[in-house]
Ligand binder design. Structure first.
Ligand code: SF4
Ligand code: SF4
Length: 189
């Protein structure tokens, strides 16, 4: 069925008069300016311990990161100090940026009770688009999007992280683990 989109914009006489809308915009901007200013003054005078403003002094202060945020993907290291990864390659195949490289190794008995483990595992953050496909594709809860976004570097070659650099203890990721269980559990794969 054809769908008709009316592209003619009907402006009110108030909008057509133009200047009132500019004044309205400036009032909104001024309101934010003064709210921030007066939220800072009591802190500056020592009357309050915290500033009542929206901005933070980055990098000394960090803004709270919501759990759904997709920072750099990392590899979970379990309680036995081993990666959960079994080098199945699903994340590598799901990655649209082709920035994951895995070299599987045969289990020699030192690794998890699985047949394979990642002898080498690299992610090139200079290419990664932080889409989260790798996390979604992983059947072993081995790769997660973290809350870390502080990875810019001057040398792009150094942005290719190896297994050791990618490893993060699973305790540090437990909120994200719970979040992904709830999120992907919905889709009934
Ligand atoms: S977040 Fe996306 S682009 Fe980055 S490694 Fe994972 S799948 Fe690849
Ligand atoms: S991180 Fe997950 S999907 Fe990627 S190779 Fe390891 S087990 Fe497979």
């Amino acid at each position: 069925m054809a769908y008709f989109v009316d592209r003619t914009v009907k402006m009110t006489w108030w909008e057509r008069s133009y200047l009132p809308e500019i004044i309205r915009g400036m009032l909104i901007t001024s309101r934010h300016f003064f709210v921030n200013l007066f939220g800072f003054v009591p802190f500056f005078l020592g009357q309050k311990k915290e500033r009542e403003i929206f901005t933070v002094y980055y990098p000394e202060e960090m803004a709270p990161i919501p759990i759904a945020y997709r920072g750099r993907p990392v590899l979970a290291i379990n309680e036995d100090n081993l990666p959960n990864c079994v080098a199945c390659g699903l994340c590598e195949a799901a990655c649209p940026a082709y920035c994951i490289d895995i070299v599987p190794g045969e289990n020699t008995g030192k690794q998890n009770q699985v047949e394979r483990w990642p002898k080498e595992f690299t992610i090139d953050y200079a290419v990664c688009i932080f889409c989260g496909n790798c996390e979604e594709a992983c059947p072993e809860e081995a790769i997660f999007m973290s809350d870390d976004y502080e990875i810019p570097m001057l040398d792009r070659k150094k942005m290719k992280f190896n297994l050791e650099q990618l490893s993060v203890p699973i305790e540090k990721l437990k909120d994200r683990v719970e979040f992904t269980r709830k999120m992907y559990g919905k889709w009934n794969y």
